[in-house]
Write a protein that binds this ligand. Structure first.
Ligand code: FES
Length: 108
């Protein structure tokens, strides 16, 4: 397997009903995760991009959260409709999307 140029971690953490912390699952992360996988296939980027579902990365209130390495760029409040832009601008052209960047308060 070739080493991926970009590794995308998508938080898919859930928590029990009534838990005091929110979770990315409560905020729709599974739809986002599925869209990342769907677009990976459609764009045939298997040799360039790796997608990994992960547990909590910290800033739960800002979810769904997506972290891209090697840059260490974290995106907040990612929706299904944002995934195509992340592919086109960041994963394929190397330019992170400013409008979705996590604030330094949570990731900086
Ligand atoms: S539950 Fe996703 S960052 Fe905490």
């Amino acid at each position: 397997m070739p080493k991926p140029e970009k590794h995308v971690f998508i938080c898919t953490q859930s928590r029990p009903p009534g838990h005091p912390r929110s979770s990315c699952a409560d905020q729709g992360c599974n739809t986002v995760y599925e869209e990342f996988l769907w677009q990976l296939q459609n764009r045939n980027l298997f040799n360039k991009v790796q997608i990994t579902a992960t547990g909590c990365m910290g800033p739960c209130s800002e979810g769904p959260n997506v972290l891209v390495y090697p840059e260490g760029v974290m995106y907040a409040k990612v929706g299904k409709d944002d995934v195509a832009s992340i592919y086109e601008q960041h994963l394929e052209q190397g330019q992170p999307l400013e409008r979705l960047l996590m604030t330094p308060e949570f990731w900086g």
